[in-house]
Write a protein that binds this ligand. Structure first.
Ligand code: DGL
Length: 271
């Protein structure tokens, strides 16, 4: 048993969807979450900036004695995280590998869709991961930059007309490419999965990378005898208002935060 906490970070609140799944599969782990709410969104930024922020986010989490890091952010995971992971002496997971493995397991026709932020889609990270697992697989992808602000504005209802209109516009080309599996490559998209499913059709399997990664982490900890059986605490840190984080967290977590939220100064993180 290893009682050290797991560190999870995201550009903002979206990574709480991964915390939700971690809590389900590893109920007795202590989790320290960092949401970079002072600098969100990452999805339209350059790779260089994304990696700079990710390095600072990880360094902050490493100031605690943690046993592993999960970069729950799709944008960070697709933009060079493997380099940071190589230099780290604790395991650092992104969400790409687990999601690609699940997509390859689910697809029957070898045509896989990927949606995400602009930075995630232009990185080509999912295409490379899928090609390595299933040579000859075809991918169809779309950047969906308006999904994040729509979710954050509460436009998440299955039949919300604005969300429907935007989703139809983004998803039609991916659907028409004949995908039978779609990777929801951004933390916010599982929240609008019902609308996405309605547009894609019932035969298309939707993959939630945060959940897929949480399940793989659980497997890894179990296989290596590292599961905590006595914890279950939560501590949340944000780089902007803790109140705003607490108010919106329920949407992503599907329940109460069950832990204190504290503000971290970005100036201190950058020192
Ligand atoms: N967390 C980001 C992602 O999963 C979405 C929000 C952002 O653009 O920072 O890609």
């Amino acid at each position: 048993m290893d009682r050290r906490p797991i560190g999870v970070f995201d550009s903002g609140l979206g990574g709480l969807t991964a915390v939700k799944m971690l809590s389900k599969v590893l109920p007795c782990e202590d989790i320290i979450y960092f949401g970079d709410t002072g600098r969100v969104p990452y999805g339209g930024r350059s790779r260089e900036t994304i990696m700079k922020y990710a390095g600072e986010d990880i360094a902050f989490l490493r100031s605690f004695d943690i046993k592993a890091v999960l970069a729950a952010c799709g944008t960070v995971s697709t933009n060079g995280l493997e380099k940071v992971a190589e230099d780290s002496d604790v395991p650092v997971w992104g969400v790409v590998g687990a999601a690609a493995r699940e997509a390859v397991r689910m697809t029957k026709n070898g045509t896989i869709g990927i949606i995400g932020t602009k930075a995630s889609i232009s990185s080509g990270a999912y295409d490379r991961a899928i090609a390595a697992l299933l040579p000859g697989a075809v991918t169809a992808k779309a950047a969906c930059p308006l999904f994040v602000p729509l979710v954050e504005a509460g436009k998440t209802g299955r039949d919300d007309p604005v969300l429907r209109l935007v989703a139809e516009e983004y998803l039609a080309p991916v659907r028409d490419a004949g995908v039978d599996t779609l990777i929801l490559g951004c933390t916010h998209y599982p929240i609008i999965a019902e609308t996405i499913a309605d547009i894609m059709g019932p035969e298309v399997s939707l993959i939630d990378p945060g959940s897929a990664s949480a399940r793989e982490i659980a497997e890894y900890l179990r296989e290596n005898g590292l599961v905590n059986e006595e914890g279950g605490s939560r501590r949340y840190f944000v780089s902007d208002s803790p109140e705003a984080f607490s108010e919106s967290a329920r949407l992503f977590l599907g329940g109460e935060l069950m832990g204190e939220v504290m503000k971290v100064s970005l100036e201190e993180m950058q020192r």
